[in-house]
Design a protein around this ligand. Sequence first.
Ligand SMILES: Nc1ncnc2c1ncn2[C@@H]1O[C@H](COP(=O)(O)OP(=O)(O)OP(=O)(O)O)[C@@H](O)[C@H]1O
Length: 264
Amino acid sequence: MTALLTVENLSKRFGGLQAVADVSLRVAPGEICSVIGPNGAGKTTLFNMISGVLRPSGGRISFDGIDLSMISPWKFAAVGIGRTFQNLALFKHGTVVENILTGRHTHLRSTVLDAVWFYGRTRKEEIAARQRVEHIIEFLEIEHIRDAVVGTLSYGQQKRVELARALACEPKLLLLDEMVSGMNQEETEDIARFVLDIRDELGITVVMIEHEMRIVMDISDRVHVLYFGRKIAEGAPGEIRRDPAVAEAYLGGQRADAMSKAGA
Ligand SMILES: Nc1ncnc2c1ncn2[C@@H]1O[C@H](COP(=O)(O)OP(=O)(O)OP(=O)(O)O)[C@@H](O)[C@H]1O
């Protein structure tokens, strides 16, 4: 099957530090993929390149048939790549609905002048945006907090709002950076269920960076393992559990415990 996302020999250097080195991976449409690895392995740097936050030092990324080096970073959302961030990136003083609406900006074609001269088109876009937002609010079960100011919400609720905002741009590919870190077990299970529904009901391909091995092993179709910037393994969760190179990479770190608790 043709890949939705193809990363070829991707590298990123920060001065003397090789944060990502020669990483290649393919993500098929409809897959849930995880990128795992110990702290500092290069996972977020990889995501930052795929989402246009950072320019690669070398290599190629193609998404849905488009060479991403050919387009401006601010157009990445418009081609269908949505993401959440490791540290929440929300407008704390805005309401939940207002925050989710900001995710729609890539779908707004009208300018201020259009609003004056082509009132109908602007109005139609606004109605479409509101309808999409309402659908997402229902989908992620956050009706009860829709008018709450984001800064007053719990961490788990704010993460869900961030997920809602990423969905508002109607992505084909969703990059989730440590969605469940800091969440309790119930919140983690909710997110796992939502990720599956996002793929199954909305048809969105998901790549997640995750330290929480239970969610990785439970819902991923494929797992890619980074270690000191290099990809050291790739496979189905069962294969990754049994891979000696992966165990070695985690050995000595707390994550070894997490791997074994997840059934390694
Ligand atoms: N902007 C930057 N400038 C310099 N070094 C950076 C920068 N961003 C990341 N690094 C370094 O690159 C390496 C990879 O970092 P990255 O954040 O991608 O790792 P990670 O696997 O996401 O780690 P974690 O699990 O702790 O989030 C680290 O050594 C980090 O210190």
